[in-house]
Design a protein around this ligand. Structure first.
Ligand code: FDA
Length: 311
């Protein structure tokens, strides 16, 4: 990860003038569709079906974050319920996962936001488990971690399989991980996609990689279900070695990668008998997700800028 470029790209993407200019540019479908399955629920279902044909499971994310009204938060819940229904109608519910951003369910809406998001996420988890669909909760910036972990713990009382993402870049993850991975807890270990202050996060790529490797070691040695969410070849190899060392069979952990990134590696691991899950985002609110992918990799930014040049 090129940390030096990540901060300015995320900063620029957040500036209202730049955001407005980019959103009003007729982006070529090709660019956004490399990372986003489409805008409609049927696009997401089609992507899940295509992945399934390659032996790859899906974690589907209805795009949206940082909602500003209760109405938007309720719409976020509704979208997830529709998604579960659509997966069931298509015969694709079993083994699929829905992944939630609590900010899209209202977590940031003042004093009552946490309770609102918790109620909505709980209702989604209930409906999902009735249909054989798994649920995980994404992790957002460090200010939201306490509330998110508490919500996941409360969801797990009704649905113990609820998973959670933990970010290796956050120093606190060393303490959060054993708690969230106890008793079979599903933990998705990621490097972390947000621009965080040094007081709470490792700032260099190497330090984050080392923290990720330590987290993987703890996950594989513990009782939890490791979800190894990275495209990094060295960390994927480490996970395979740890699985061997701790005698975990291929159904006792899984690899996760983002839709459209290292797709050949996703297919290769699935063909070798490992469980692989692709994170499939869809919806009209793609801007935040898309800019975090650009910030991760300057080559993606170059690809994107070229698409803005006419002709
Ligand atoms: P790193 O960025 O070092 O990349 C390693 C290699 O992977 C690169 O050299 C390149 O080959 C390839 N690669 C990585 N990113 C690429 C890109 N954008 N385009 C093309 N190639 C790329 N974050 C978070 O904060 N909260 C969350 O809930 C989640 N959830 C989540 C789910 C899943 C399934 C994944 C895979 C990732 C997340 N993330 C996340 C994002 C995560 O924190 C991180 O930003 C990205 O995965 C990139 O980090 P890598 O581990 O892939 O390593």
């Amino acid at each position: 990860m090129v940390y030096a470029l990540r901060r300015p790209i995320l900063w620029a993407a957040d500036q209202p003038q730049i955001k407005k200019a980019l959103l009003s540019t007729p982006l070529s479908r090709k660019v956004v569709s490399r990372f986003v399955a489409g805008e409609r629920v049927s696009d997401a279902v089609d992507a899940v079906r295509r992945l399934r044909a390659d032996g790859i499971h899906a974690a589907i994310d209805h795009l949206g974050e940082d909602v500003t009204t209760e109405y938007q938060a309720l719409a976020g819940q509704q979208a997830n319920l529709e998604l579960i229904q659509a997966l069931d109608d298509a015969g694709l519910a079993e083994g699929a996962e829905v992944t939630l951003k609590l900010s899209a369910l209202g977590q940031g809406l003042g004093r009552s936001g946490v309770a609102l998001a918790r109620t909505q996420a709980g209702a989604i988890a209930d409906e999902a488990s009735r249909n054989g669909v798994l649920v995980s909760v994404d992790m957002e910036d460090h200010t939201t971690v306490d509330a998110t972990l508490q919500t996941v713990e409360s969801m797990r009382q009704g649905t113990p399989s609820v998973g959670v993402a933990l970010q290796a870049m956050l120093r606190r993850t060393a303490e959060d991980l054993p708690r969230m991975a106890a008793a079979g807890g599903r933990v998705r270990l990621v490097k972390g996609a947000y621009d965080e202050p040094e007081s709470v996060a490792y700032s260099g790529g190497r330090e984050v990689d080392r923290a990720y490797a330590r987290g993987l070691g703890r996950l594989f040695a513990g009782d939890g279900y490791p979800m190894v969410a990275t495209h990094d070849p060295a960390l994927i190899s480490l996970a395979l070695r740890l699985a061997d060392e701790h005698r975990r069979t291929p159904d006792e952990f899984e690899f996760q990668m983002l839709y459209g990134i290292r797709s050949d590696e996703q297919k290769r691991l699935a063909a070798a008998g490992y469980r692989v899950r692709a994170y499939v985002p869809y919806g009209v609110d793609w801007y935040g997700y898309f800019t975090r992918r650009l910030a991760e990799r300057p080559a993606n930014l170059a690809f994107f800028l070229r698409s803005l040049v006419p002709g």
